[in-house]
Design a protein around this ligand. Structure first.
Ligand SMILES: Nc1ncnc2c1ncn2[C@@H]1O[C@H](COP(=O)(O)OP(=O)(O)OP(=O)(O)O)[C@@H](O)[C@H]1O
Length: 683
């Protein structure tokens, strides 16, 4: 052990002692709070009869305050416990201009030592910590409330401390992250997504700490850390704006429950609370008041994979275009100008001329059409009252209230939607099950958009202060138009157009930017997940000249041919059997469709294999059998793609699935097939 290591070990022990003391102090405080709380409650109980209302309110408030302080102490203790396991991962020796260098230790949380009255560990999100990610040795600067602090970084050191023990430390003059990053990436994947605070890269750090973009769009290649960065960005925003944004004020729109479960560890690991999450379909059901049933996105993609039909594809393609959105906007203008035909109205002996009604209707042009009647009715009542000089009877009021909506061509959003296709002269583009009111997925958000425009915006989502949308490529301009009206807050939107599961409805970063012209677009080209050979292999399916794979080595992907289905199934069974001794923790068997995954599950005796379906809600480590659509966003140590034949993978949608499946692999990739190999891999 050299002198540096000796010194660092001693320092670590010192810090751990201080943390232990701090934990004891918090324990003592918690005990005190609960004693006080008990006494207070007892006091109130005993003196209740002598207390007036004001006393009771004051006592209640003081109990709440105490409980709140007690909760904060418990949260603080949780953070200290975490710190004692791994107090810090980095150190900078920073000399502000004209001053001596002092060490700055950086960890997942900050630690302020009450006795020394000094910050001994800085939170990774603190302004001073940003230099750890942004600079090498030499000149550096960080923002502070008093302006930029300039100076010199004289040393940069990285640590791995686990269970309170120093596993290694590393000094670096050039790029401190590379070795540690390699070690992190070479590890097996745990069941859930993990934090990356110790190895955040400079370009990633810029996205995480961006405070100016009203809408941030992150387009990044497979495995570039988009989801990880987005979650760290939320943690950063919660820290930076802790006075005004709490976890409950953020909303994550996630593609499915399994994905939501997969990412659910990251924020709690960073010491933040769980953030509310909602699927697009749940949002849709809510916005339609559950009045309609509709095809889900999973069902739409399954239908495209299993029975592609040109008319169905045409409907999806049209409804995913910008043209669709602009036609619907034009139609709304047409409705505004042509669908209200005022006629004179007789209320008792008073005649309200058509021109008066028309003029009132126009006067409220800022109010959504179907909400306007109540306001116009109020004006007409006033008009009649002024004309007659008497109060209106209940009957007069209802004559007015009922007559006005009848002057409008339709009063039901679905009638407008149907009429829109007639106006377009393309009635065949709407396929609606009239009896069950069952919508195709491509119609769901168009109907919602129409509803928002005609009936106004519901207030249920007004409290959201930051919206995160993952897998952005899977949502259409119409969906973004709805999101932009519903959520006026700042947004982080991320995805990869190469990983679409439905190429007929995919949106690129540029397309989304058209809906959010104020957006800042960031492109990430470095890929961290897979070995060089796996990344190169996936490039054969969907080439991307901009991708920069990380230098990490591993076995070449295996493409194995079998003479018949039973041989292929036997080989798959063998791979599953061998997995337990492979040293890896997770294996993803990824089929093209859910049906194929189900059939494979039945065909094999796959003890210990978890079949993930659209209804699944949790993600567990081990062997998982699923479809490419559901595997999107997840990753596995080893991936097996069965049935990679030309017969199975032939359309554009199939190709997207194959790309998604192969890019889920971190260390090992195997494909099996019978007959001819798919053309997508023959290059
Ligand atoms: N700076 C980093 N340090 C360590 N690991 C990283 C870093 N950036 C990304 N990774 C790792 O790379 C892998 C991919 O990250 P993530 O799933 O966030 O990427 P993604 O761009 O959302 O992927 P995809 O779009 O393919 O689903 C994860 O294992 C993540 O921990």
């Amino acid at each position: 052990m050299n002198a540096t290591e000796q010194e660092e070990r001693e320092y670590l022990e010192e810090i751990k002692e201080k943390l232990t003391l701090a934990i004891r102090r918090v324990d003592e405080a918690v005990r005190q709070f609960s004693d006080e709380l008990r006494h207070k409650k007892q006091y109130i109980h005993e003196h209740q009869s002598g207390m007036d209302e004001a006393d009771m309110v004051a006592a209640g408030q003081s109990i709440n305050r105490m409980a709140f302080t007690g909760e904060a102490a418990v949260a603080r203790k949780r953070k200290l416990f975490k710190l004692i396991q791994s107090p810090y991962f980095g150190r900078l020796d920073f000399a502000p201009q004209g001053q001596e260098a002092a060490p700055v230790y950086i960890g997942v949380h900050s630690f302020f030592d009450e006795q020394q009255r000094q910050n001994l560990i800085y939170d990774w999100r603190a302004p001073i910590s940003s230099m750890f990610y942004d600079y090498e040795l030499g000149d550096a600067a960080y923002p502070s409330p008093k302006g930029e602090v300039k100076g010199t970084i004289e040393r940069k050191r990285q640590y791995k401390i686990r269970d309170g023990r120093l596993e290694f430390l590393l000094d670096s003059g050039v790029n401190i992250h590379d070795d540690v990053l390699q070690q992190e990436l070479a590890k097996s994947s745990d069941d859930k997504m993990k934090t990356i605070v110790a190895t955040i890269q400079r370009d990633q750090n810029a996205v995480i700490r961006n405070e100016t973009a009203p809408v941030m769009i992150i387009q990044g290649v497979a495995g570039s850390g988009k989801t990880s960065i987005a979650l760290h960005r939320l943690a950063f925003l919660l820290y930076r704006y802790r006075e005004t944004i709490a976890a409950k004020d953020i909303l994550i729109i996630s593609p499915n429950k399994v994905f939501a479960d997969y990412i659910s560890n990251v924020l709690p690991e960073l010491g933040e609370e769980h953030i509310p999450e909602l699927g697009m379909e749940e949002l849709a059901a809510d916005l339609l008041d559950s009045r309609y049933s509709f095809q889900t996105f999973f069902e739409q993609v399954a239908a495209l994979l299993e029975r592609p039909n040109p008319a169905f594809i045409e409907r999806i393609q049209f409804k995913s275009s910008f043209e669709f959105l602009s036609k619907l906007n034009q139609y709304l203008l047409h409705v505004e100008n042509n669908y209200f035909a005022a006629r004179e109205l007789r209320v008792g002996s008073t005649v309200v001329p058509a021109a008066v009604i028309q003029q009132k209707f126009k006067a409220y042009h800022r109010v959504p059409l179907l909400q306007r009647f109540a306001q116009v009715a109020q004006d007409i009542r006033t008009y009649v009252r002024d004309a007659t000089g008497r109060k209106l009877t209940g009957r007069d009021k209802s004559i007015i209230g009922e007559a006005l909506p009848r002057l409008f061509r339709f009063n039901n959003v679905l009638d407008f939607y149907r009429d829109f296709y007639h106006w377009l002269d393309r009635p065949e583009l709407l396929k609606l099950d009239q009896h069950r009111l069952h919508l195709e997925y491509a119609d769901v958000f168009a109907l919602i958009y129409l509803r928002l425009r005609l009936e106004g915006i519901p207030t249920a989502y007004e409290h959201v202060k930051h919206l995160l949308v993952d897998e952005m490529q899977d949502y259409t301009p119409m969906q973004y138009a709805v999101l932009s009206r519903l959520f006026r807050c700042r947004k982080t939107i991320l995805g990869d157009v190469s990983q679409t599961v439905n190429p007929y409805s995919a949106s690129s970063a540029e397309a989304i930017e058209r809906v959010f012209p104020q957006a800042e677009v960031v492109k990430l080209h470095r890929s961290y997940r897979s070995t060089l050979k796996i990344t190169a292999f996936a490039q054969r399916i969907t080439p991307n000249p901009h991708i920069i794979p990380l230098e990490r080595h591993g076995p070449a992907p295996v493409v194995a041919h079998y003479d018949g289905r039973s041989e292929e199934l036997a080989a798959i069974q063998q791979i599953v059997n061998d997995f337990s001794s492979s040293g890896y923790q997770s294996l993803g068997i990824i089929c093209k469709t859910q049906r194929q995954a189900q059939e494979l599950h039945q065909a094999l005796q796959l003890a210990g294999v978890q079949l993930l379906t659209a209804e699944s809600t949790t993600f567990r480590e081990g062997i998982i059998l699923t479809s490419a659509h559901l595997a999107k966003g997840l990753e596995f140590d080893a991936v097996l793609v069965p049935f990679a034949s030309a017969r199975n993978y032939k359309t554009e949608v199939d190709k997207s699935m194959l790309y998604v499946a192969c890019t889920r692999a971190m260390h090992q990739l195997t494909l099996t097939y019978t007959g001819e190999l798919t053309d997508f891999l023959s290059a």
